[in-house]
Design a protein around this ligand. Structure first.
Ligand code: SAM
Ligand code: DTB
Ligand code: SF4
Length: 341
């Protein structure tokens, strides 16, 4: 079926049919996933691209902009994170940003071509009160700009998830980060079950789920594949799956981790694309360390979104001009706002 004729929206795959021949499975085994992940690279990329073109229009990548609305001073102990108060990384703890400032930044991102605005807060969990009310205001403001709004604020109760939904939040980002068995090596201040609980609240509130992970934390190939199994075997696939390469920040316990090989990102992205054909797969942190060619290979493997703008939360990202040049050179067009596939 020609991809152009598939006119269902990217965030309501229940209401809208998948193209013929595409089925979503929720019963992947670790063995199967390891086999896919370990295929000869060109076969793997070919299979992922084939799946990709069944579902998505070709040559389209969504541009998302990230903003840290509350930076640093986080009580959690995530070993990779520069914002944990206990790591001495030079990231200073700041207050929650003003609503107006955040919306100014969203407007700039929109003018530069971003269609999704993601707001991150270095919180363990959301507390009801004036700060949460301000975040709800930010969400309304971003939606009023015609952009998709995503937030990542730590753990949420069901009632908080419902309030975010009412404010118009498109998606909530809450990553599993790694496999359940490796989780305790990376974070001790909360459990995998806590993560899954928040994801259930997000799902129940009717917000689209953005959930993925990081490679390069010292995990095994089994851990990487097991994380993908956990993501893909949820009752509904996360609509959005960010794949991050560790940005090893000085002062964190993972500062001496060897850099992730770009080909490992390609394998993760291709496998995620094959397991979750209808989800947005996002080439997230770590692009600064990747060549243009490696980034394009990730897109060939099914990545259809990048963070756009020279900053992630606290670390760097290629600047607008560089990314525009890359997309232009490759003939890739940004997905228009509220895009259909
Ligand atoms: N505090 C909230 C939480 O952890 O759920 C939201 C913000 S937190 C910074 C969002 C995600 O950023 C983490 O789950 C992790 O996947 C990613 N992240 C943080 N530091 C990273 C790093 N150094 N390299 C790659 N990804 C990172
Ligand atoms: C995600 O998976 N990656 C983004 C977003 N979700 C919030 C965060 C990347 C953070 C990289 C480290 C930093 O800039 O502080
Ligand atoms: Fe805090 Fe989130 Fe960083 Fe963990 S990843 S230390 S919860 S900001």
């Amino acid at each position: 079926m020609p991809a152009e004729s598939a006119t269902f929206t990217a965030h309501a795959h229940h209401a809208t049919p998948l193209p013929e021949g595409v089925t979503l499975r929720h019963d992947w085994t670790l063995e199967e996933v390891k086999e896919i992940h370990g295929m000869p690279l060109l076969d793997l990329v070919y299979r992922a691209q084939t799946v990709h073109r069944q579902v998505f229009r070709d040559n389209r990548v969504q541009l998302c902009s990230l903003l840290s609305i509350k930076t640093g001073g986080c009580p959690e102990d995530c070993a990779y994170c520069p914002q944990a108060a206990r790591h001495h990384t030079g990231v200073k703890a700041e207050k929650l940003m003003d609503v107006a400032e955040v919306l100014e930044s969203a407007k700039k991102a929109r003018e530069a071509g971003a269609t999704r605005f993601c707001m991150g807060a270095a919180w363990r969990s959301v507390k009801d009160g004036p700060q949460f009310d301000a975040v709800l205001e930010m969400v309304r403001g971003v939606r009023a700009l015609g952009m998709e709004a995503c937030a990542t604020l730590g753990m949420l109760t069901l009632s908080q998830a419902k309030r975010l939904k009412e404010a118009g939040l498109t998606a909530y980002n809450h990553n599993l980060d790694t496999s359940e068995s490796h989780y305790g090596e990376i974070i001790t201040t909360r459990t995998y079950a806590d993560r899954l609980q928040t994801l259930a609240h997000v799902r129940e509130a009717g917000i689209s789920v953005c959930c993925g992970g990081i490679i390069g934390l010292g995990e095994s190939l089994d851990d990487r594949c097991q994380m993908l199994v956990t993501l893909a075997n949820q009752e509904v696939h996360p609509e959005s799956v960010p794949i991050n390469a560790l940005v090893a920040v000085k002062g964190t316990p993972l500062e001496t981790q060897p850099p992730v090989e770009p080909i490992e990102m390609v394998r993760m992205i291709a496998t995620a694309r094959i397991l979750m054909p209808a989800s947005m797969v996002r080439l997230s942190a770590g692009r600064l360390q990747m060549s243009r060619e490696a980034q394009l290979l990730c897109m060939l493997a099914g990545a259809n979104s990048i963070f756009f703008g020279d900053k992630l939360l606290t670390t760097g990202n290629p600047d607008y001009a560089e990314d525009m040049a890359l997309l232009e050179q490759a003939g890739i067009r940004p997905l228009e706002p509220n895009a259909v596939r």
